[in-house]
Design a protein around this ligand. Sequence first.
Ligand code: BEZ
Length: 180
Amino acid sequence: MTLRTVPDVTFKTRVRDETIEGPNPFRWEDKTTADFFGGKRVILFSLPGAFTPTCSTYQLPDFEKLYDEFRAEGIDEIYCISVNDAFVMNAWGKSQGLVNVKLIPDGSGEFTRKVGMLVAKDNLGFGMRSWRYAAIVNDGTFEKLFVEEGFSDNCETDPYGASSPQNILESLKAEKIAAE
Ligand code: BEZ
């Protein structure tokens, strides 16, 4: 990833709207990268798919649990992005009981492609998905990247370590100590 700033992308989200009657009170709402990243220092982490085992058992729940620690290190928001549509991402968030981490549906993969992280996962029948990575993004500018090793199409393994919340927290804390 060589980009300095997040690309301009419009995300198609589904939001609850109590004025809509019936069993599915949701409507489309466009959200832009400016809405998500403008004027904030955030963690963005990206993974191969909603509901997949490592993402659902470790990465997403651990970011959720460690949210207050990230806040204490000067992080305003934690975003999880995946090449999945808004219906899937909302269902995943609900199943995880998320309160802190916000999900970004990159259904068409436009953001992931523009940051150079789109990979084929046809070996798993997934099509094009995101390589696993995370970043500290400050007011839309990439401050630090945490990219898992072995970036490749149809990778037979799923490296997970660099983009873990524990690793990123350690990095934030070390940076603070170095600045003191
Ligand atoms: C996992 O999170 O465990 C996973 C991710 C992508 C494909 C298969 C499994």
